[in-house]
Ligand binder design. Sequence first.
Ligand code: KIV
Length: 283
Amino acid sequence: MGRMTTHKIRLMKRKGKKIVMLTAYDAPTAKILSECGVDIILVGDSVGNSLLGFESTIPVTLDDVIHHCAAVRRGNPDSLVVGDMPFMTYKVSVEQALRNSARMLQEGGAEAVKIEGGGPVVDTVRTIVEAGIPVMGHIGLTPQSIYEFGGYRVQGRTAETAERLVEDARRLEEAGVFSLVIELVPAETAKMITESVGIPTIGIGAGPYCDGQVLVLWDMLGLFQDFKPKFVKQYANIRKVIVDAVTEYAREVREGLFPDAEHSFEMSEEESGRLYGRVRPSE
Ligand code: KIV
């Protein structure tokens, strides 16, 4: 497909082509996703839950995401790489947001950043975009505000709250975001938002009417199974593949079946004889 760009992502909405986005946090996985034609790789702060063993995304730092983003970049994907700005890395001041977004591009190799929030982050988004850094917005359930929401609750369920989300989406578009993640809202709300803006919307738990879809890779592969939200479709059971492989390996090691001749190296008979002539194993 050639290298994906924010410009091509914008065009996809106009052409009615669905956008495929997944998360990744390491080089080999990024390479696989790119080979599968995934349009956007999000190095999400979901790395906190998926890989780092945290219960939420709150403890994830900018250095964490930059570290994983750089690994994804080294996988050399053709997919567009978006680095997720973690909790409190863009809300202290516009200047802080600008410096940290720049680090995501310079040190992490991302081509864009993702920022959670509506109205309160609009001015920050505008400044970052004006500095030449593409921004992906994120509205609906924004996991960094989980304590404010009081849990992972569906947002935009009433006409009033849905209308507020439409307003947020329009303001973010006007501020210059090239696309917008919509998380955990009713399908009708996501449809209304999608029809109200010219930028592509990418849904997660937001029904079928968005211009694209994103899932956390570990969830859809069945690797992270601590809890499974209703919107996650599990396309594989990688946890089972790992459990089966590790159990078999442990059995073979314990029974002396691994390593066998096929997986071992040999000395020539002559050298082996010489070795036994020089060193006598203790009896
Ligand atoms: O961090 C993440 O993976 C995300 C997606 C759920 C959109 O923000």
